[in-house]
Design a protein around this ligand. Structure first.
Ligand SMILES: O=P(O)(O)OC[C@H]1O[C@H](OP(=O)(O)OP(=O)(O)O)[C@H](O)[C@@H]1O
Ligand code: HPA
Ligand SMILES: [Mg+2]
Length: 173
């Protein structure tokens, strides 16, 4: 794909903000192990960058859910493509997401995980698009609030492309 992409948040700014989030989380979880849940595929890059900067012990698991398919609009249906490998009961879980848009994916996922009795359950997202919310979801850690624009990069795709861009960009019309 060869769309023209405008930088919305530079690589430097994203990395600096991740550093700040990691420092906040490390302080809040001192003396505990955090169990990070990476929501595939979008949050893979953010999860790695955040995990590398945490100073508390970390365990990791992966879950894959999909509601966007290859388009730019949510289908409204959340599909579990891959469930977790391990139980979360008794663990201090932080769900890591790349973006919260309509809120449907995360509201579904947080309810599902909450019912599995973790010791604690929080949500951390790199990007939040509050204007687009249709389902309420409590977000504990937010990297950046962004306007209502379809973004790519840092894990986010358009029809599976552009996930590997080291910055957050917007496709120009
Ligand atoms: O708040 P919502 O409107 O539910 O949108 C957010 C979700 O949509 C994207 O995932 P997608 O379904 O595109 O899967 P992907 O991570 O594999 O790209 C994104 O990674 C979030 O999980
Ligand atoms: O703005 C977005 N970009 C890519 N994937 C997404 N999934 C929800 N919102 C977005
Ligand atoms: Mg996607």
């Amino acid at each position: 794909m060869t769309d023209s992409i405008k930088v919305l948040i530079s690589e430097e700014k994203v990395n600096q903000r991740i550093e700040e989030l990691a420092s906040t989380i490390s302080k809040e979880y001192e003396g505990k192990t955090v169990h990070l849940i990476c929501v595939l595929k979008g949050s893979i890059f953010f999860t790695c960058e955040l995990a590398k900067r945490l100073t508390v012990p970390v365990t990791l698991d992966f879950m894959s859910v999909s509601s966007y398919g290859d388009g730019t609009a949510s289908s409204g249906r959340v599909k579990i493509v891959k469930d977790l490998d391990e139980a979360v009961d008794g663990k201090n879980v932080i769900v890591i997401e790349d973006i919260i848009d309509s809120g449907r994916t995360l509201s579904y996922l947080m309810d599902l995980l909450g019912a599995r009795k973790p010791a604690s359950l929080k949500l951390c997202t790199l990007l939040d698009k509050p204007e687009r919310r249709v389902t309420e979801v409590k977000v504990d850690y937010i990297g950046f609030e962004i306007p209502d624009k379809f973004v790519v990069g840092y894990g986010l795709d358009y029809a599976q492309n552009y996930r590997n861009l080291p910055y957050v960009g917007v496709i120009e019309e």
